[in-house]
Design a protein around this ligand. Sequence first.
Ligand SMILES: NC(=O)c1ccc[n+]([C@@H]2O[C@H](COP(=O)([O-])OP(=O)(O)OC[C@H]3O[C@@H](n4cnc5c(N)ncnc54)[C@H](OP(=O)(O)O)[C@@H]3O)[C@@H](O)[C@H]2O)c1
Length: 268
Amino acid sequence: MYNKIYLPSLYTITIHNIAFMESLNKKIALVTGANKGVGYATAQLLAEQNITVLLGSRDETRGKEAEAGLRSQGLDVHYINIDMEDRETFSIAATYIERVYGKLDILINNAGVQIESEIWQTNTTASISMETLRRTFEINFFGLVDLTQQLLPLIQKSEAGRIVNLTSILASLQYHATPGSNTYNTKTFAYNSTKTAVNAFTIHLAHALKDTNIKVNAAHPGWVKTEMGGKGAFLSIEEGAKTSVYLALIDEHGPNGSYMHEHSKLPW
Ligand SMILES: NC(=O)c1ccc[n+]([C@@H]2O[C@H](COP(=O)([O-])OP(=O)(O)OC[C@H]3O[C@@H](n4cnc5c(N)ncnc54)[C@H](OP(=O)(O)O)[C@@H]3O)[C@@H](O)[C@H]2O)c1
């Protein structure tokens, strides 16, 4: 059903029709990079709110393992192939979501990488290779923008669309420019600048959609014990998912075009 070649049969059409009818009542969410870490916990917490969650993963085996783990808890989750470096997966996913659910209520742009050194208190700016810089931008920024644009027509079909872009406190130019701030000496240039660009996209898209019922926000999850965050991090993945889940579920009075950690705004 999720393969690139879609072979309709009477059975799959019936299954799709049932999913489509259910989606009229249930919210549909897509979380990218949901096979582990913050994305996995975000998918779990959203599914626990009776939301149908599509688990984006670039790898089928890892995606289906995550799907099996969450389904064993009775959650309505479905693996979907999304590779931030393969734009074809975006259009296939958009076509699939349109056909099966007819809309998308929540998009969590969670997938991300930190390819350069993960050493806290380092500055890679003078030495970063163009290859690392370009690849980090490809995954963390260009892929995110492209996927969002391709899914926007489906989000516009939601009664109250929510887009959450995973950023980092390391995106904050104000903190980087302030000696003594927590992040002042952590200048992992490729990672940080992609997240600053994600923040810019968040503000610009929120402005483009300001007269609609869609809200767009940037979420800093905190320092989370994941493969990226490392064992020394402070937060569990469930705690790290809180900001994304909060911004996914805000009502019409919630923030828009904001850079948030939990319920607090961060300085740009
Ligand atoms: N952990 C922290 O302390 C922290 C702090 C601030 C911000 N963040 C942000 O929070 C988000 C989640 O991070 P995390 O800590 O949960 O990281 P993680 O454990 O390393 O998980 C990253 C997820 O992104 C996926 N991914 C990586 N490259 C991809 C690609 N090309 N296409 C599709 N998926 C891809 C990974 O899939 P694979 O398993 O296939 O690699 C994985 O599912 C990221 O955007 C990160 O920048 C994290």
